[in-house]
Design a protein around this ligand. Structure first.
Ligand SMILES: [Zn+2]
Ligand SMILES: [Zn+2]
Length: 445
């Protein structure tokens, strides 16, 4: 690192402390469509999106309208041996609950109904305030809430769960797509568009004011300068000798490093690994057909799909339900171990792994929604009935606990060891200038 980089102090208006590797970078004024990435780990520090307020607002309004329509009308119909039954989306709350599996109902209620609508409601409220230049009361708190809610909004996963459920029972009954099906699929799609189009930097600026200036040296870790980046609003904030402080912009608690990150992550990962055993060994549902009952585990479900020739769906379930939880546990254990073993050439690969774990973990919820949907649909008394099994509770807990474990892991610890190892591994000032990507092209200033 050059001495010039150490000695140069810049205004925080252009400074960002990366929340994933702790490097301080100077971010130039961004033009529309540009994105600034951390030169060390590639994390997005800031972006300036097209139609930054009107696009999320429009997507969210359309999603809410379609979502409300889909709640009112029948969703899917199911016919077997001359008996037919139509399922609405609110039905999926009641049936698992009736069988004593309220936990499934709560997962569905929170992930598929409450959080998506609450998320969209907050997006509309905040963007309406931003478009009309009227400060929205509670805007600061609500903008922070949006970020925390996002991983738990699971309407897209539910749609995939519904499609998998249909493939599973297609050979046993006639399936009908009712009025609410297409609107709900569009609702899930528009929800993804809403999430992708939100410009948090602009939203925080509108509701919490501009970034406050703090004198910082680019190219050095924030910890060495007693500052850290706010994980909510991105404001660099001063921390005390114990690494704690409060964000002057949004009021969030600042932590230079997540307290006891490795210990908490390891405890959660071990818990998830133990729960994985009953989740695979116990039946996730029991299928009763013409008097005979048969318990089905996740593994036997995949084998059944393979024997009936449904290879794509069998692969989806195999990866999402069997491989991903194991891979996630192994990856988190490996990342915890690697906080003690810094190798400069492997840091980017480690960060890539961390981001893959962050992205794929929630998709394992597919099987939880498959059981919820099948239990709700297949209720034809003596002819055919599907009841949840204890394995699905253990499995849902595995998914939720690994998601929390990944959130508890602090990736900055991977870089701390590197900082201690060698000074020459730190980038110089030129490297600390972020690269901007406009229309897919990166350039350095
Ligand atoms: Zn970074
Ligand atoms: Zn903040």
């Amino acid at each position: 690192m050059s001495t010039k980089a150490h000695s140069s102090c810049e205004h925080a208006l252009h400074m960002h402390v990366c929340t994933e590797c702790d490097l301080v970078s100077r971010v130039p004024e961004l033009q529309r469509g540009e994105r600034a990435r951390c030169p060390r780990c590639g994390h997005t520090l800031a972006k300036h999106l097209h139609r930054r307020f009107s696009a999320p607002f429009a997507y969210a309004v359309a999603a809410v309208v379609l979502g409300l329509v889909s709640l009112y009308f029948p969703f899917i119909s199911f016919e077997s041996s001359g008996i037919s039954k139509a399922m609405t989306l609110p039905d999926a709350l009641l049936v698992p609950y009736r069988y004593g599996y309220g936990f499934l109902s709560y997962c569905y209620l929170i992930g598929v109904l409450v959080l998506p609508f609450a998320y969209l409601g907050i997006v509309i409220y905040l963007h309406l305030g931003a478009i009309s230049h009227t400060p929205a009361p509670g805007g600061r708190f609500l903008t922070k809430s949006l970020r925390h809610m996002q991983p738990w909004v699971m309407s897209d996963i539910f749609v995939v769960g519904v499609l998998v459920s249909l493939v599973k029972i297609m050979s046993l009954a006639t399936i009908g797509f009712e009025l609410a099906f297409i609107p709900f699929c569009l609702f899930a799609l528009l929800l993804i568009c809403t999430m992708q189009s939100i410009d948090y930097g602009a939203l925080f600026e509108r509701h919490c004011g501009p970034l406050q200036p703090v004198a910082l040296r680019a190219g050095e870790p924030g910890l060495a300068q007693r500052v850290t980046g706010c994980r909510s609003c991105g404001q660099p904030g001063v921390v005390n000798e114990r690494g704690r402080g409060n964000c002057q912009r949004c009021g969030d608690a600042l932590r230079a490093r997540t307290p006891r990150s490795i210990q908490v992550t390891l405890a959660l990962v071990v818990t998830a690994a133990l729960l994985y055993i009953p989740s695979m060994a116990l039946p996730v549902m029991t299928i009763t057909s013409v008097g005979s009952s048969e318990g089905q585990t996740i593994i036997s479900g995949v084998l059944l799909l393979l024997s009936s020739g449904d290879f794509p769906v069998a692969l989806v379930i195999f990866f999402a339900s069997i491989m991903v939880p194991v891979a996630k546990v192994i990856a988190l254990l490996w990342l915890c171990r690697k906080t003690q073993q810094p190798y400069p050439s492997r840091m980017r690969a480690r960060m890539k792994l961390y981001r893959i774990v962050e992205f794929i973990g929630r998709w394992s919820m597919i099987d939880v929604f498959v059981v919820t949907v099948l239990t709700t649909m297949v209720q034809l008394g003596q002819i055919m009935q599907i009841v949840p099994g204890k394995g699905i509770i253990a499995f849902a807990l595995v998914v939720i606990i690994t998601m929390i474990a990944e959130m508890q892991f602090d990736p900055r610890l991977l870089w701390d060891a590197l900082e201690h190892k060698a000074d020459d591994s730190a980038p110089d000032k030129d490297d600390a200038m972020v690269s901007q990507s406009a229309l897919g092209q990166d350039f350095s200033q």
